[in-house]
Design a protein around this ligand. Structure first.
Ligand code: ADP
Length: 253
């Protein structure tokens, strides 16, 4: 299957978890993958995994919370690859369960800077290219916590709720150009981010507690999210825009 042959797919947060798994799946489907991450080593590891499986990928270091860096990075990618067909705004940071009066200004800024502004800057950077092409799909990683918040998770839930609204507003703004803007609302996935959500509590019991809040009885796997992202990016989803798919085992019902 080479459903994304010759398509340029940019993935933020591609050095780990859902971003990495999505990068591997897109590459398997023939895409030219740009694996963007704050950290070089994990991004290069993703690229090495793709290359050794016979795919094409390139690692790019970029801090999604830095608007100018994101714009310059996307400009360079567009120049090198000609088009940007899919932009997966996926980089994110977690929040351990915290009483709201104990949430620091530093954490507040990080959550908004990466989870919200990072997605927004990614959209701002790619949209001129997609508008010119009259094609493209932008996919944003929100969270089921953005649609159905948890206690002790206020700013994380709020940062992701904003991504949901951003996705819908941009879908309306870009529809006339034939550009689709969609998203996923994952429940906590078994990635390095899970430790961030569990915080100081025991990992195994924290994980179990999370899983028991999911009607299907388990956490998400990175591939659950990747499968959904590939569907949303494909022509099979050509009538879908402004929608976010809950990949949450029923947690948001
Ligand atoms: P997930 O469950 O969302 O896959 P991970 O923690 O496994 O969570 O992956 C998140 C990825 O996002 C990491 O590779 C991390 O380096 C990346 N990331 C975090 N902050 C930024 C940022 N400011 N710019 C780019 N990438 C970032």
């Amino acid at each position: 299957m080479e459903g994304f042959k010759n398509k340029t797919v940019v993935i933020t947060g591609a050095g780990s978890g859902m971003g990495r798994e999505t990068a591997l799946q897109f590459a398997k489907e023939g895409a030219n993958v740009v694996a963007l991450d704050l950290n070089e080593k994990p991004a290069e590891e993703t690229v090495a995994m793709i290359t050794s499986a016979g795919g094409f990928a390139k690692a790019v270091v970029c801090d999604v919370s830095n608007r100018q860096q994101v714009i310059d990075t996307i400009d360079q990618i567009a120049e090198e690859f000609g088009t940007i067909d899919v932009m997966f705004n996926n980089a994110g940071v977690p929040m351990a369960p915290t009483k709201t009066d104990e949430v620091t200004e530093e954490l507040t800024n990080l959550l908004i800077d990466v989870n919200l502004k990072g997605v927004f800057f990614g959209i701002q950077a790619v949209m001129p290219y997609m508008q010119r092409q009259s094609s493209g799909v932008i996919i944003n990683t929100a969270s089921i916590n953005g649609a159905r918040p948890r206690a002790f998770n206020s700013m994380y839930s709020a940062s992701k709720a904003a991504v949901i609204t951003l996705t819908k507003s941009l879908a309306l703004e870009l529809a006339e150009y034939g550009v689709r803007v969609v998203g996923v609302n994952p429940v906590a996935a078994e990635t390095t981010m899970l430790q961030g959500f569990i915080g100081d509590a025991d990992y195994d019991s924290g994980k179990e507690k999370y899983a028991s809040s999911v009607p299907l009885g388990r956490l998400a796997k990175a591939e659950d999210i990747a499968n959904t992202v590939l569907f949303l990016a494909s022509d099979k989803a050509s009538m879908i825009t402004g929608s976010l798919i809950d990949v949450d085992g029923g947690r948001g019902i």
